[in-house]
Design a protein around this ligand. Structure first.
Ligand code: 5RP
Length: 224
């Protein structure tokens, strides 16, 4: 395992301690969550009873692989705990998420949870959000118009592509990766983005995280 994976694994091992028997979980997305799903699967095989709602098709695949029971929102509407990774975390626990393209379902799941636990390694901690391009999910219809309105807020953006093909989210939408540079006021930018028609959701997670676990080579620290 390389150093980066080791840090992800360490923080995942710590996070799984927050899971208690009988909990209804929100299961985030991304490579750090892969290690969490593996650890959770191990606890399930030792008798832990949980049920989880996945935030992406990939996480649902991992749940299957590690025998973690899944549910959907037709069965449960309130979650005890959601666990997820992040692309940036600031000192006020505000986040940028969506590097993996799952931000919409991640936000819906986080909003349904009593607690939202974020797991990351120290490379994700920043003084100010914005170095990581902010992912914004938009509907394909008229995305060019939506993009112009976002650009007017002061960013350069790119339509996300993978292997020269437009990236399509699990919800059938597009992602615009928006370089704002240093975001002075994340709450204000979030409000401005929410008012633009055509945007489904943006990757700013404002006042949503309850606790952030951060791993460095020596330890896992708690930010709250
Ligand atoms: C996906 C996300 C991920 O949580 C975020 O990109 C972090 O991923 P990783 O653990 O691979 O660094 O928001 O939409």
């Amino acid at each position: 395992m390389n150093n980066s994976d080791q840090l992800k694994h360490n923080v995942a091992k710590e996070a799984v301690k927050y899971v208690k028997d009988g909990m209804k979980l929100g299961l985030g997305s991304g490579s750090t969550m892969y290690f969490f799903m593996k650890e959770l699967g191990e606890r399930v095989s030792n008798g832990l009873k949980v049920i989880g709602i996945p935030t992406s098709n990939k996480t649902a695949e991992w749940a299957k692989e590690f025998n973690v029971p899944l549910a959907d929102f037709s069965q449960i509407q309130e979650l005890d705990l959601a666990i997820d990774g992040a692309d940036e975390v600031d000192p006020n626990l505000q986040l940028i998420k969506g590097g993996g393209g799952a931000l919409l379902r991640e936000k819906v799941v986080a909003a349904a949870a009593k607690e939202f636990l974020v797991i990351a390694d120290e490379s994700k901690v920043v003084e100010n959000l914005g170095k990581f391009p902010l992912p914004i999910e938009v509907i394909p219809f008229g995305w060019e118009v939506t993009a112009n309105k976002i650009t007017a807020l002061g960013c350069e953006l790119a339509l996300r592509k993978v292997n020269d093909q437009i990236y399509i989210t699990d919800n059938g939408n597009y992602i615009l990766d928006c370089k704002f540079g240093r975001i002075q006021d994340p709450e204000k930018l979030n409000r401005e983005l929410q008012s633009i028609v055509g945007i489904v959701e943006n990757g700013l997670f404002i006042n949503i995280a309850s606790k952030v676990l951060i791993s460095n080579p020596e330890q896992v620290k708690v930010m709250e």
